[in-house]
Design a protein around this ligand. Structure first.
Ligand code: S3P
Length: 439
């Protein structure tokens, strides 16, 4: 049965908000600790559906993962110790999980079939399987989509690969496949995308270097053939989840919300830069390193925003934040232009089309093109009153629940189950700081 939520106009949002653990880092912690030598304790793991699907896939491949208190304990099987799963690996809605695991399997002498939910089954996989085939893996796909079967090699070929788009998923799949290759695996992406895989590989003792080239490209060089050595991981709180709370506090009148210990990896902070440029009252304090990742406490107060041009070069550092940025833009004076964002069309949904249609249904002025979306804001209340189908996309669902907080008429969002992929208890937690989201 499909679940719906209704978000009502909100007077103010105040208090502390603990956002859940980082989804990207949580996936990587399950995968890398499982192939390390020794025991890893992971603290702060996101217990969302996506990460749980990756955890289960690693268990299905022979990893030993247990919960102990709030932490997870992983007894790694070593680089060649995984076993072929008896059944297809079902990654549900998790694009990161499925793509990283295809890479992992390509570098093991094992075969695995990958399946997923309706949304994941529509997403392009050739961007991953093409480089994996160059590395020697045998791959079959359903016309470039799931189900995909990957048969890997014990010693894959090292590649030098330049994906057309800056994508952490493509880069990470190639790096995971190259872990046992003899020699250097080199990935050059047009701009730097989030580099959590690089950081966590170094944390486990693998030689990985990163360079920004003269033309702005990012080159990663990893030397294969090193065993990963277990080392505990502290997962920071997810800046992409914090984004919904931050925008909600900025656009809801009389709000003042503090979000402690949110990840501040520079490849993830594009939204904060954009919101501050728009006039958002956002202060960062207590900046520190926790478990090797930068974190800070974020304080956000209601602000009158104004439109900006978001530069395309910033896209990779806020790729998941455009849906909620378009909600912020709907309350800003003037126009916010988001360009160079064609990748949004191949996320959990076509996020340009789904956001534009939903915003229009709520009375917002939006224009879309192949690789851009522009939103012209208004300071009179948004009409709202629409019913939005999130189409199995957690970030679409949460974005419209935030818009409902400033709409004259409540906004209903259907099919909200997938919010659990990244942000368990989103509605209850928002309601604790003053939102009025009802079922
Ligand atoms: C992710 C990478 C991003 C992002 C996704 C998580 C990751 O995709 O959209 O939600 O953890 O590697 P791309 O960088 O592949 O576009």
């Amino acid at each position: 049965m499909s679940l719906s939520l209704v978000s009502h106009k909100t007077d103010k949002l105040t208090g502390h908000f603990d956002v859940p653990g980082d989804k990207s880092i949580s996936h990587r912690s399950m995968i890398l600790s499982a192939i390390a030598i020794g025991r890893t304790r992971v603290s702060g793991l996101l217990e969302g559906d996506d990460v749980m699907a990756t955890k289960q896939a690693m268990i299905d491949c022979g990893a030993q993962i247990q919960k102990q208190g709030d932490d997870y304990i992983i007894d790694g099987v070593g680089m060649g110790g995984l076993t072929a799963p008896a059944n297809p690996l079902d990654l549900g809605n998790a694009g990161t999980g499925v793509r990283l695991l295809m890479g992992l399997i390509a570098g093991q002498s094992l075969s695995a079939t990958f399946i997923g939910d309706a949304s994941l089954s529509k997403r392009p996989m050739r961007r991953i399987t093409d480089p994996l085939e160059e590395m020697g893996a045998d791959v079959s796909t359903n016309d470039g989509k799931l189900p995909v079967t990957v048969t890997g090699l014990e010693i894959p070929l090292p590649v030098t690969y330049a994906p057309k788009v800056a994508s952490a998923q493509i880069k990470s799949a190639i790096l995971l496949a190259g872990l046992r290759a003899r020699g250097n695996t080199i990935v050059t992406e047009p701009h730097i995308s989030r580099d959590h895989t690089e950081a966590m590989l170094r944390h486990f003792g693998v030689s990985v270097t990163q360079e920004i080239l003269d033309d702005g490209a990012h080159r990663v060089t990893m030397t294969g053939g090193t065993d990963l050595i277990a080392k505990d991981i502290l997962v920071p709180r997810d800046p992409s989840s914090a984004a919904f709370v931050m925008v909600a506090a900025l656009i809801t009148p009389n709000s003042d919300v503090t979000l402690p210990a949110v990840g501040m990896n520079p490849q993830r902070t594009g939204l904060i830069t954009s919101l501050i440029e728009m006039g958002g009252d956002i202060t960062l304090s207590n900046q520190r390193l926790e478990g090797g990742e930068e974190v800070a406490d974020i304080r956000v107060r209601s602000s009158q925003l104004h439109g900006i041009d978001v530069p395309p070069a910033r896209a990779a550092s806020m790729i998941d934040e455009y849906p909620i940025l378009s909600v912020a833009a709907s309350r800003a004076t003037g126009t916010t232009m988001m360009s160079g964002v064609a990748e949004l069309r191949v996320k959990e949904t076509d996020r340009i089309a789904v956001m534009a249609a939903g915003l229009k249904a709520c009375g917002v002025d939006v224009t879309e093109g192949d690789d851009f979306m522009s939103v012209t804001g208004q300071d009179t209340p948004i009409t709202g009153g629409a019913t939005i189908n999130s189409q199995h996309d957690h970030r679409i669902g949460m974005s419209f629940l935030v818009l409902g907080m400033v709409a004259a008429n409540p906004i209903q969002v259907d099919d909200v189950e997938t919010i659990n992929t990244s942000f368990p208890h989103f509605a209850e937690k928002m309601n604790k700081i003053g939102a009025q989201i009802t079922s």
